[in-house]
Design a protein around this ligand. Structure first.
Ligand code: ZN
Length: 341
């Protein structure tokens, strides 16, 4: 199917919240990882979201170019071309963009969207995240409102974050004193300010102890009930129409009961990076360990071209990543939910 357009993406999000399931949003950094996500979604008969972080996008543009906007556009153009061959809908999203990176990432991507729309072409992206969680909530929302007004004109959905996701992603490490649990008061303020931009849509990453990365059991204390408290508060004050569409960051390594509870409270998108990174690399490691004298030229031998051809191990990695995506879809109760008839 073609990449979801704005109307279809909105419908995807509505269906998820009403149906109490969520879409996996998988970080990709290459053609191979993007193809793997499409395969995993297609085999699960689930629509889903492909996302690109600032670091992933810079990587995709090439080590000597390191242009994050260019890399994101490049992956998105690829997905738009190949998505047609998969019987599900996928939406394109960009992950965490801190305020100091907006001018290098989200803004050039919005400008690209504006150019494309002026030329009568479809958007490459459906949504972008602005991560102002390191700022005060007021500063965060001041920037978010400006973005949201521009996004509305371009059929783009904004994702913002209130509270801080712990751990480390893309080399950005949350401080130990960071506010890992969003409060209902914070989210009421989000609704009060952002809902003034009539007709715009946004997703809220409200944090409930989420941590990027995977840790041994016991290190992460998720409190999904915080999400319910936030939803109850916003519906009480502003009515049912203000109910949030929530995003679960740091989904990797989470326990199933926490995932299900969060989805019950309105999570429609769960970000997964670490677990899919591991699945991808594990398959490569297995190939290298099993074929040590094939991938390397040992003791004057010549190795085995079939074993060191990158297509061999990247093919295994693609399959392994697709399998992990299928697991994520299942965990999020999305199997079989595609809108494709
Ligand atoms: Zn995140």
């Amino acid at each position: 199917m073609p990449v979801a357009d704005h109307a279809r993406y909105c419908e995807m999000l509505d269906r998820a919240r009403n149906g109490k399931f969520a879409y996996p949003a998988i970080n990709v950094t290459s053609l191979t990882t993007a193809n793997a996500v499409l395969t995993g979604l297609a085999e699960s008969k689930s629509d889903g979201i492909i996302q690109i972080s600032t670091g992933g996008a810079a990587f995709a543009s090439g080590a000597s170019v390191k242009d994050m906007a260019l890399g994101a556009i490049s992956i998105a153009e690829h997905v738009h071309r190949v998505a047609e061959r998969y019987p599900v809908y996928v939406a394109m999203h960009t992950d965490h963009c801190q305020a100091d990176k907006l001018d290098k990432y989200v803004i050039p991507l919005v400008e690209e969207t504006e150019r494309r729309r002026a030329a009568g072409k479809p958007n490459l992206f459906n949504s972008h995240m602005f991560d102002g969680s390191a700022l005060t909530l007021k500063e965060n929302l001041d920037i978010a409102i400006k973005l949201l007004e521009r996004f509305r004109k371009n059929d783009l959905i904004l994702e913002i974050e209130a509270g801080v996701v712990g751990g480390e992603e893309d080399g950005i490490k949350a401080s130990a004193a960071a506010k890992l649990y969003t409060t209902p008061e914070d989210t009421l303020e989000v609704a009060r300010r952002l809902n003034e931009v009539r007709g715009a849509r946004y997703l809220l990453a409200a944090t409930f102890g989420n941590v990027h990365g995977v840790y041994k059991p016991g290190h992460v204390k998720l409190k999904p009930s915080i999400l319910k408290d936030c939803q109850d508060a916003v519906v009480k004050k502003y009515g049912e129409a203000a109910r949030f569409y929530l995003v679960f960051h740091g989904g990797s390594g989470s326990e199933l009961h926490d995932i299900h509870e969060a989805v019950d409270y309105g999570v429609v998108k769960m970000n997964i990076d670490t677990d899919t990174q591991y699945a991808f690399t594990r398959a490569i490691a297995e190939h290298f360990f099993k074929n040590y004298d094939g991938v390397l030229k040992v003791d004057g031998e010549v190795g085995n071209k079939k074993a060191y051809d990158p297509r061999s191990y990247l093919g295994f990695a693609e399959t392994a990543l697709a399998e992990r995506v299928k697991q994520a879809v299942k965990d999020l109760r999305a199997t079989g939910t595609t809108m494709v008839k």
